[in-house]
Design a binder for this molecule. Sequence first.
Ligand code: AP5
Length: 204
Amino acid sequence: MEGSIVLFGPPGAGKGTQAGRISELTGKPQVSTGDMLREAVSRGTDLGHEAKSFMEAGLLVPDSIIIGLISERLKNDDAAEGVLFDGFPRTIPQAEALAEIVSVEAVISIEVPDDSIVERIVGRRMDPETGEIYHIRFKPPPEEVSMRVVQRKDDTEETVRSRLAAYHEQTAPLAEWYSTKGLLIRIDGNGSIDEVGNSIASKL
Ligand code: AP5
């Protein structure tokens, strides 16, 4: 398998927003554990039932579930030349498990302070038909879409605080872990969506 890319950063940093463009640039399919888990929850599968309470509380889903999910996903033909991971790995054990099965060629870390994160997440809206991500202030949905956009269940101010705490405690140490391997590319995530996208593109 060729090298994969990891999109890394706190909740709401803009990983999902930038993933489409990076996928197009690199030809690597986006593999988002958050999207896979939400799909399992909405289909009511066993995995969905197990993951739901963790997600709604803003906690990380246990490593064993996530590693199983990713191992299955990587068996698909489209993963043969590497993928773009979005929201995975999120703990050192997940990164160690990943290193056993895939070679990671770069980790793009989108860096945004906590204060901006809360505003980004609480204002996020999703188009359930296309999966497009909007923001009531920074990327308002077009009029024909605005009637059908929805808010994610875990996008409340209270849950964001738990997600940020989980990020600082369990996920942030991975930046150092990847940095010592010479793989971490730090991106200032404070600019506009286009500015952040251009900054990532210039490093790829
Ligand atoms: P997941 O879906 O991965 O959520 P997350 O990491 O918290 O990330 P988000 O999807 O909230 O944010 P994002 O960085 O993609 O930001 P976005 O582009 O949407 O995970 C959800 C849950 O699933 C977790 O809490 C956990 O329970 C579980 N889970 C998932 N993976 C797991 C794993 N590996 N291990 C264990 N548990 C796991 O942007 C946010 C908003 O900001 C949007 O409205 C957007 O329009 C706006 N925006 C984006 N960029 C900018 C910009 N530059 N300027 C202004 N606004 C911007």
